[in-house]
Ligand binder design. Sequence first.
Ligand code: GTP
Length: 206
Amino acid sequence: MEKLFKHKRDDIEEATKFKISIIGDMGTGKTCLSLRFVKDLFTDAHKATISDIETKGLEIQGNRVVFQIWDTAGQERFRSLLPLYMKGIDGALVVYDVTDKVTYDNLNGWVKEIRKYAETNTAIMVVGNKIDLPEDRKQVTAAEAESWCKSHDILFYESSAKTGENVDKLFLSLGEEMLRKIKQKPSRYVYSDSISMSIEKERKCC
Ligand code: GTP
């Protein structure tokens, strides 16, 4: 991971802000991935998420960026919130559990939702999580998932939120892809307000 910066006002004002939504089936590890990346924490507990936002500032290829990460609900009954989660996103992580084939089979549906509600230049990455679990429990191979992603023009990583394997790398790679894409459309990305105020506004409007 390249150098991090603290959330000081001067840094934030010059930073490029990226909204990222983490979506995917319930229990695949979306909250754990966000917490591992932002706070370097992991918990074995599973508490169903409705919606949560974490922020983290970092430097990628000499650019200061702020990731605003929307951790979303995997539960079917919250599916009506998807348009909100997709609104104005620059990147999406679509998470499946490598030990649960159903969560992989549902990727197509999640990607369709992104393409329906998000802008066309949104960076999309599929993440096969829980690779720390024993080989004999795995139901999806990396080769199979990688090939599917390639055919859909989507980035792919496997990860473990539990051990931290590949977590920083995948967020960094998504950041690089988002930076590449904004070169086509740069104007709306400079951060002009404090993070807390910005999040407060979004919370109020939802
Ligand atoms: P919803 O909010 O219900 O959609 O779930 P989620 O996708 O946010 O899943 P969450 O992060 O809460 O994790 C679900 C369960 O999987 C928890 O018991 C976690 O401890 C566990 N878990 C998450 N990531 C990993 C991982 O990389 N390895 C292992 N072994 N367990 C994990």
